[in-house]
Design a protein around this ligand. Structure first.
Ligand code: HEC
Length: 147
C-alpha cells in the first residue's frame, strides 16, 4: 500500500510539473482569466499564424459539415453567391475593414442592420460556436479574400 500511495504522489507531482508554463497561465485568477479570454477574442491576431488545419476546419464549418451552422446557406458554397448575403471573396466589406479581427467581430455579432440585403445575419450565422470554431471559420473567410 505504501508503494501505491507514493506512486500516486509521484504521478500527481509529474503531472503538475509537466503542465509547466501552460499551467501557470491557465491557473491565473478567475477574474483576470475572464478578461484575458475577452482580450483574446477582440484583440489582435496575426493572420500569418493561420494554419492549413485551421482553414480546413473553417471550410467544414462554413459548409455545415461540422457544427450546426451552415454559412453557405446564405453566402453560397463558394462564399460568392451574393443573392441573400454579401460576396465574401471580393475584398469589399460592408461591416468591417476586412481584417481578421473585423471578420471575427462580424461572425460573433452577426449583422442586425444589413446594408444591402434584406435579411439579417444572426450571431455565428445561427447557432453559437466555440471560440476555436469561430476562429477557424474566420480564418477560412479571411483566406477567401486574402489568398
Ligand atoms: C441567414 C443568412 C446568413 C447566414 C447563415 C450567415 N450569414 Fe453572413 N451575412 C448575412 C447577411 C444578410 C450579411 C449582411 C448583409 C448586408 O449588410 O446587407 C452578412 C454578412 C457577413 C459578413 C460581413 C461581410 C461584409 O461585407 O462586411 C461576414 C464576414 C459573414 N457574413 C460571414 C458569415 C459566416 C462566417 C457565416 C457562418 C458562420 C455566416 N456569415 C452565416 C447572412 C448570413
Amino acid at each position: 500500500m505504501r508503494a501505491l500511495s507514493s506512486l500516486v504522489v509521484l504521478v500527481a507531482t509529474v503531472a503538475a510539473c509537466g503542465g509547466g508554463g501552460e499551467a501557470s497561465s491557465d491557473s491565473a485568477p478567475a477574474t483576470s482569466a475572464g478578461d484575458a479570454a475577452v482580450a483574446s477574442t477582440s484583440g489582435s491576431f496575426d493572420p500569418a499564424t493561420i494554419t492549413p488545419a485551421m482553414v480546413a476546419q473553417g471550410d467544414s464549418l462554413f459548409h455545415g459539415l461540422i457544427g450546426a451552422t451552415s454559412c453557405q446557406a446564405c453566402h453560397g458554397a463558394d462564399g460568392a453567391q451574393a443573392t441573400v448575403a454579401p460576396n465574401l471573396t471580393d475584398g469589399e466589406w460592408l461591416h468591417s475593414d476586412g481584417s481578421w479581427e473585423g471578420i471575427h467581430k462580424t461572425v460573433v455579432a452577426g449583422v442586425m442592420a444589413p446594408k444591402q440585403f434584406t435579411s439579417i445575419m444572426p450571431p455565428y450565422g445561427g447557432i453559437p460556436m466555440t471560440e476555436e470554431h469561430t476562429r477557424a471559420v474566420t480564418a477560412y473567410v479571411y483566406k477567401l479574400s486574402h489568398p
